[in-house]
Design a protein around this ligand. Structure first.
Ligand code: 6GU
Length: 315
């Protein structure tokens, strides 16, 4: 997996991928992240990357030309050039070159003649993604889709926005990481990169965790492991995760729930499932509509809802 990040703040990513499993994955060559400074693709003295919005209004908009040049230097043809090339049965790279695309890159451009080639043998599966608050919400399901690709190019939005023609011409997807406004797409790009990289084979120390998560929404199927105790789902399934405890057995006067200490796997399983239901009902009731629930789950949920109603009536 190769990840290219196009940003006006390359320094933002210094150190961010140098921790934990991501650092190890990059160190072992399982993936490579290249950060590209958008200002390197400007030609004026002030290295201008933004301009005032047509139609008026607040703030500045990222200009299209530096982004287009940065993408060209990464060997990314426009979506139309890619389609034309696929239709004509030729390499999109050749197509874009023959149209006289000027390639300006600060470092040696890492051209890969197979980039954006039609799907099939020898083709590199690449997607260009714009990170913006207007994007579709990034989810674990999208992370899994992206993890199956060879290469993703993340374009970080900034200021009030990015000239929409960049989105139209180059971006396969526009993603947001949640319903709040960030000052730019850099944090979002780091979030996407982290979520995708940890899904790559060999990245997680505990190989079982990834395999386990890969079942995704099919929560019912990931209910057990070899020892018969339900494993953590990291919220990847239809429900939120259950609470975790480690030593000491008593901390600040609070004891670890007794059920976790007695080794009764069936009991632990039931307790964890109930805790997942409680947590999900309290924090993310919206998830319950899509979760796969057993009849036993439904009964438990009814019971929890009744308890809560009684409690609310008394307080
Ligand atoms: Cl990707 N960009 C910005 N500016 N704000 C966001 C976001 C992205 N995702 C959530 N909020």
């Amino acid at each position: 997996m190769r990840i290219d990040i196009v940003t006006i703040f390359p320094g933002f990513f210094a150190g961010i991928f140098e921790h934990g499993v991501i650092r190890r994955a990059l160190g072992e060559g399982l993936a490579k992240i290249d950060v590209h400074d958008l200002r390197a693709f400007t030609h004026d003295r002030h290295r201008t990357v933004d301009d005032r919005p047509f139609g008026g209004g607040e703030g500045m908009v990222l200009k299209p030309e530096p982004i287009a040049e940065a993408l060209a230097a990464l060997g990314i043809a426009s979506r139309f050039e890619r389609q034309d090339a696929i239709r004509a049965g030729i390499s999109p790279q050749t197509g874009s070159m023959s149209r006289g695309t000027t390639l300006v890159a600060p470092q040696t451009p890492q051209f890969d003649s197979r980039a954006l080639a039609p799907a099939g043998e020898g083709a590199l599966q690449t997607r260009v993604i714009l990170l913006s608050a207007q994007g579709r919400r990034f989810t674990q399901a999208i992370a899994r889709e992206l993890a199956a690709l060879d290469r993703i190019v993340l374009v970080c939005g900034r200021y009030e926005g990015v000239d929409e023609r960049i989105n139209e011409l180059y971006c396969d997807r526009e993603l947001s990481i949640g319903d709040y406004v960030l000052s730019g797409g850099e944090l979002a790009a780091a979030v996407v990169a982290d979520a995708v990289l940890r899904l790559l084979p060999g990245v997680l120390g505990n190989e079982a965790s990834r395999e386990f998560e890969s079942f995704g929404e099919e929560d019912a199927k990931i209910d057990s492991d070899v020892e018969g105790v339900p494993r953590s789902q990291h919220g990847a399934g239809g429900l939120l995760d259950y609470p975790h405890y480690t030593r000491p057995a008593e901390f600040s006067g609070l004891r670890v729930p007794e059920v976790l200490m007695n080794g009764d796997h069936a009991q632990i399983r039931r307790w964890r499932r109930e805790q997942q239901l409680r947590k999900t009902l309290a924090n993310r009731p919206d998830l319950l509509e899509r979760a796969q629930l057993s009849t036993e789950d439904d009964k438990l949920l009814d019971q929890i809802r009744r308890e809560r109603a009684e409690f609310d009536a008394l307080h």
